[in-house]
Design a protein. Sequence first.
Length: 185
Amino acid sequence: MKLFIPNKKLVGCDGKLLNEDPVALREAGRSDISRIVNLIHENFKELGEAGILSPEQVAVYLESNQPSKLADMLENGARAVIAETNTAVVGVSFVEKTNNRTAKYNRIHVVKDKRGSGIGKALVNHCTEICKELRVGSAYFRAHRQAINTLLSLFRGLGLDTTIRSDERGKLYEILKTQTVEIKF
Ligand SMILES: CC(C)(COP(=O)(O)OP(=O)(O)OC[C@H]1O[C@@H](n2cnc3c(N)ncnc32)[C@H](O)[C@@H]1OP(=O)(O)O)[C@@H](O)C(=O)NCCC(=O)NCCS
């Protein structure tokens, strides 16, 4: 387990520190799935309520993040890294090998009140170490348009070589409007 100290002191409107709890990073297992699902579902509901994602997009994301789906992913070799305080899971990122040369990052989420303190960066960094351990030369992630710029600057801030690939086509793309970003190590 890695202890990670958030890099920014976030102060709430009541003057209290929001991120005073130390945050630890570790690889997740099956017993963490329900807490990971809760975090991901909360995030997509929040993005829907904020009007950032349409109800149709939210429904697709909730459906594709059921506990059985995440359990299958772990069963099939995907690795999940979580960030947690003493009381809650506050971030997650998955990474999985898609063939001998390529890996895919997915489900990169940080709980709303902990964003902007470096947790997303620490999770991606840990997944990049896993990619190196897996000996893949490249990786990619796919995200809805509203998250692409944030994720691009996050990956680029880690010194990773990133390129936006041309848009996907197909039925799912028509709903989610995702874009794909390729990473070369
Ligand atoms: C994307 C997400 C995981 C980033 O996590 P985070 O913990 O807030 O990110 P960090 O604090 O580690 O920020 C790392 C870098 O990302 C970029 N970044 C973070 N928030 C940003 C924002 N709101 N706008 C632009 N860039 C941003 C910056 O480059 C930042 O580096 P800096 O702090 O040195 O400037 C988080 O915003 C999130 O959970 N979003 C909602 C879920 C989602 O849409 N996930 C995508 C899955 S499809």
